[in-house]
Design a protein around this ligand. Structure first.
Ligand code: SF4
Length: 340
């Protein structure tokens, strides 16, 4: 990106940027929270979560001290809980080192948990104006279109090359430039139908001039996701429902779930597992993670006796107000609620 493009982009950004709560000031903590939330979630969905989070946890110290259950509750619905757990890890490290704020440079931000090159670049440039790029999917799309590049953006080397090219030509207003690129990718240079007719940099865009904007960027197809069958037991004993905590490592670590088995179990087999007074088929649900798919099938089971395994027995109201179920399990909670 040459100097002229940067200027055009920054001017366009200053006039057209959306009024978003994390843009009210250059507070690095707020920028960090918003960037982590925005990693897998759309802007409109993030706004209420961001506002609540900042109100309840306004700084690193409060984040480091926050009880994990409360923290996960604040994140409930955003998914990918490892993001907020890493934020807390990061806050604890900083507090232990006697710091009360995030480091000010890309190099020092990068080793912290959950902070990758994109987030480090975003915080360092937006909050501290360090001349470093922040390359996310939006930025990759815009740059490959502007450069008319047919390289595969899923390839880490291509991404690195784009980062190096951007870093070489970073303007003084690096934070504004990075935000302008991201905003252009989110509002104008959008994936399927780029709005080239109103794009502030169309006269510099080689992809547009060559009519290739719809073909770009090139993304190699992802590997097929692995599918797994899961049977979910909605165990009910004297009006209480069984839940358990997942292991503190791995997928959905430390979150609560309904008891389940990672295989298909048919209704007639249930008699061998539980002391049942009544059993009913529940809903089926397909949960899609980035790397795998869970095909989930549930049974509502009224028990005569509690099973040997130690579960936590809770009322529906307590379950909703005190425990965090990952989104893979919330459809089953809604199904139970319907019966109330
Ligand atoms: S002209 Fe079109 S393809 Fe090029 S940057 Fe603008 S919106 Fe994207």
């Amino acid at each position: 990106m040459n100097e002229e493009i940067s200027k055009e982009l920054i001017n366009w950004w200053k006039k057209n940027k959306r009024d978003l709560p994390w843009r009210k000031n250059k507070n690095p903590y707020n920028i960090w929270v918003s960037e982590i939330m925005l990693q897998q979630t759309k802007v409109n969905a993030v706004i209420p979560y961001f506002e609540k989070f900042i109100k309840e946890i306004p700084d690193i110290k409060t984040l480091a001290q926050m009880e994990e259950e409360k923290l996960l509750k604040l994140w409930e619905g955003l998914g990918y809980y490892s993001r907020v757990k890493n934020m807390q890890k990061c806050a604890k490290i900083l507090i232990e080192e006697g710091k009360v704020a995030l480091p000010k440079t890309y190099e020092k931000l990068l080793p912290l948990p959950g902070i990758g090159p994109y987030t480090a670049g975003a915080i360092a440039s937006i909050a501290y104006n360090e001349k470093v790029c922040a390359v996310d999917g939006n930025v990759l799309r815009v740059t490959t279109r502007v450069l008319n590049s047919f390289e595969n953006i899923s390839d880490g080397k291509v991404r690195k090359k784009i980062e190096q090219q951007l870093n070489k030509k970073m303007p003084e207003e690096s934070g504004n430039f990075n935000e302008a690129l991201m905003e252009l990718g989110a509002m104008i240079c959008i994936p399927i139908h780029p709005r080239c007719n109103i794009c502030p940099i169309s006269s510099y865009c080689k992809g547009y001039q060559k009519g290739n904007m719809y073909k770009l960027p090139i993304k190699e197809k992802k590997k097929k996701q692995k599918e797994e069958n899961i049977t979910v037991f909605l165990l009910i004993y004297k009006g209480k429902i069984a839940i358990k905590k997942r292991p503190n490592k791995g997928l959905l670590a430390s979150l609560f779930e309904f008891p389940n088995e990672m295989k298909r179990i048919e209704e007639k087999e249930m008699q061998n597992i539980f002391d049942i007074t009544e059993i009913q088929k529940g809903i089926e649900y397909k949960h899609i993670f980035t790397h795998k798919i869970w095909n989930m099938k549930s049974y509502k089971i009224n028990l005569e006796k509690k099973p040997k395994e130690k579960y936590i027995w809770v009322s529906l109201n307590t379950l909703k107000s005190k425990y965090t179920l990952p989104s893979a399990f919330t459809p089953f909670l809604r199904d139970l609620e319907k019966e109330k």
